[in-house]
Design a protein around this ligand. Sequence first.
Ligand code: PLP
Length: 224
Amino acid sequence: MSSVAERWRAMRAAIDAECQEIGRSPDDVTLVTVTKFHPASLVRDLIVAGARDFGESRHQDAAPKVAEVNDGSVRWHFVGQIQSNKARAIAQYASAVHSLDRASVVAALRTSEHIVDGFIEVNLTDDPARGGVMGESALLELAALIDETPSIVLKGVMAVAPLDGDADAAFAELHRLSTVLSATYPDATDISAGMSNDWQIALRHGATHLRIGTAITGNRPTVG
Ligand SMILES: *Cc1c(COP(=O)(O)O)cnc(C)c1O
């Protein structure tokens, strides 16, 4: 059985090798290890292995974990759905928020003293109930609002591939929306896409931030 540290090193090596293969620089690709459901002790093992970027998706779980890890060299990425009334609390520890999906969340961050990197979440399904803005005009509308918000530095777009859909087509569309965004906001070129099962596809479509959980951490621990 491999350890979580070994799986993190193997994943980073696989990403670097894939970058070589497709002619991209590994330095342009951030591996965000998603540690939701897992304890602070696992985060510490990963820090020893060299990991510095961690993803969490629920504020209630993330806040105590961040406090317990208590390591200033770590960057926390918030990747889950945000409730507006939690946004400012999230900005206290998160360096980046990947899931900006509506005006109320941006408005809630406006009064934050902490500056965060922001990604606009895009919905690549045709189900409006899924998180994220749908289509170019909604993307540009939210981008304009973020651009007027000094506490958020607009970095780019984020998406989750549709569960039962074609990840290749979805990430191609995300890349297209990224070029639409960066035509107006030249610094907003980042693409947060790719998880344990589809990161190679995301890399080929320009992903700069891979959010990888189970391939490194293993499955959600069973309780009891
Ligand atoms: C859980 C989660 C991930 C990681 O997914 P894995 O399939 O475990 O790699 C990535 N992004 C988001 C938004 C998540 O909630």
